[in-house]
Design a protein around this ligand. Structure first.
Ligand SMILES: Cc1cc2nc3c(=O)[nH]c(=O)nc-3n(C[C@H](O)[C@H](O)[C@H](O)COP(=O)(O)O)c2cc1C
Length: 218
């Protein structure tokens, strides 16, 4: 499993071949296996294979990225943005399917109970304070990416398309209480990206364990 996980890549260029409905259904089924707060399953997904709608989404994002570029140019940082600019829309341009994950919040029952007892629920970091529904939907996105990888598909989870959130929302009828979480570009890969480096465990993990002698480390 570990060695297989490390073979997943964010793929940003796709072949023109379509991705069949059956494959997409397995990918979406995988997303719904994710854990969620009190099993709310607070997610919903727009799966866009329609060529015209995909084009509309990619165009909306590209236009917003160009708008941003023009603004940033005024601040003399166009070159810095140049390194990132394409990452806002590029994977969407050739994707055979664009999945737009959405989440919604639910009433925070525990927070209400705490409030009725005179407490500030924020002091207890209950579900809404820690954005549990967004966390759950992110877990679903990861499961989706892994199933896509298992199918031999390429995929790229993207926050960039959020710059065109309003236009994408209008195109896909995303309305409150639903909130878009980004977009996932999917398709048969036309590139083999290099493995991106990862921080070593020594930088990201603090171990708190018992030592053979009985004491605790560190
Ligand atoms: C929340 C999130 C947002 C991301 N947004 C973008 C994006 O807008 N455009 C893009 O090309 N890649 C995006 N990525 C992909 C990352 O750049 C990529 O995961 C990272 O560089 C590590 O590479 P790897 O996925 O191939 O291991 C995003 C990934 C995540 C998890």
């Amino acid at each position: 499993m570990l060695s297989w996980l490390s073979t997943r890549r964010s793929v940003r260029a796709f072949r023109a071949d379509p991705v069949g409905r059956e494959v997409l259904e397995r990918v979406m089924e995988a997303a719904t296996t994710a854990p969620s707060n009190t099993n709310r399953q607070p997610w919903r997904f727009a799966v866009v294979t329609s060529a015209s709608r995909r084009r509309d989404i990619a165009t909306a994002v590209r236009e917003r990225a160009e708008e941003m570029k023009a603004i940033i140019r005024r601040g003399h940082h166009a070159e810095d943005f140049g390194n990132y600019g394409d990452f806002f829309h590029e994977p969407l341009e050739s994707a055979a399917a664009i999945v737009v994950p959405q989440y919604r919040e639910y009433p925070d029952l525990i927070a209400n109970l705490l409030e009725s007892g005179g407490a500030n629920p924020k002091d207890f970091h209950t579900a809404s304070a820690m954005q549990a529904e967004l966390c759950s939907t992110s877990a679903a996105c990861m499961a989706l990416l892994l199933q896509a990888h298992a199918e031999g598909l390429g995929a790229c989870w993207m926050a960039g398309p959020m710059v065109a959130k309003d236009r994408i929302g209008a195109l896909l009828d995303i309305r409150e209480p639903w909130r878009m979480v980004g977009a996932i570009a999917l398709g048969w890969p036309a590139e083999e990206p290099k493995r991106q480096p990862r921080k070593g465990l020594e930088r990201v993990v603090n171990w708190f364990e018992d030592t053979p002698g009985g004491g605790e480390t560190p």
